[in-house]
Design a protein around this ligand. Structure first.
Ligand SMILES: [Zn+2]
Length: 250
């Protein structure tokens, strides 16, 4: 999980058009989200998907895997999903809100499902206040509700993560909840992350054996951190911070 920058003023057109507004108004009138294609397709429009894909560098908001790399037992290749941070089943009026839509892999999406626990009071629809800010109300809701799920566009949790043996953990209550809910400690992810750690250590050992400076290996890692399209950036930060102890262990 890394922090993602999204321009909340740059809302995709199809979220602003009359069809979407009509669907939202129907949900508000009926006090529920309608689980059918007619309603789903309004947040799956190509301009929305395209923008999310770019903003997230086609990586999952939670597991940081390239969407195409995410293998699923039931699917040949993992499909991308427009994910609702606040589940649309409960927060039906936020089904088409720009700041509630994330780019997510199929596995994390399935695991997250409708799980969304909060520490504080449940936010409700206040038509006069929220409808004016329907694409930019997360901050208000976050203050009221104190959700346990990390929002990658508002929370920076990179320093709250650890990856010993590739296994993602945290002492932070919210990060822990997000790891458990999305299943970010699943075996295939742990293995991939461990391979990155091992490759880095191997690279350092190799430099030492050749009497070369390990600075090159560190610079390589630092330059990877600047490549936003790279998978597992949070892990790479952790390796950089902990490389001395990783070397001792190996
Ligand atoms: Zn994922």
């Amino acid at each position: 999980m890394i922090k993602i920058e999204k321009d909340l003023e740059n809302t995709p057109n199809s979220l602003l058009d009359s069809k979407t507004i009509t669907r939202r108004n129907t949900c508000i009138r009926d006090k529920k989200y309608h689980q059918n294609k007619k309603f789903h397709q309004r947040y799956k429009q190509s301009d929305i998907k395209e923008k999310l894909k770019n903003i997230y560098n086609d990586k999952c908001a939670f597991c940081e895997q390239k969407i195409r790399e995410c293998k699923d037992d039931n699917l040949e290749e993992c499909s991308s999903t427009v994910e609702h941070y606040r589940p649309k089943s409960k927060y039906y009026w936020l089904a088409y809100s720009w700041d509630n839509l994330l780019w997510c892999c199929h596995r994390c999406n399935q695991n997250k499902d409708n799980n969304f626990d909060i520490e504080n009071t449940l936010g409700t629809l206040e038509k006069t206040t929220f409808l004016k800010k329907i694409h930019n109300s997360s901050k208000i809701y976050n203050r009221i509700e104190k959700p346990l799920m990390v929002h990658p566009e508002f929370d920076n949790v990179v320093n709250k993560l650890a990856f010993n043996n590739g296994i993602i953990t945290s002492d932070d209550l919210r990060v822990k909840y997000t790891i458990e809910t999305c299943g970010l400690d699943r075996d295939d992810l742990n293995e991939k992350r461990q391979t990155i750690i091992e490759d880095f250590i191997e690279n350092i050992i190799d430099k030492k054996l050749k009497n070369e400076s390990i600075q090159d290996a560190l610079h390589e890692l630092m330059s990877d951190l600047k490549k936003k399209e790279k998978e597992f950036i949070a892990l790479r930060y952790w390796i950089l911070k902990n490389y001395k102890s990783l070397m001792e262990v190996s």
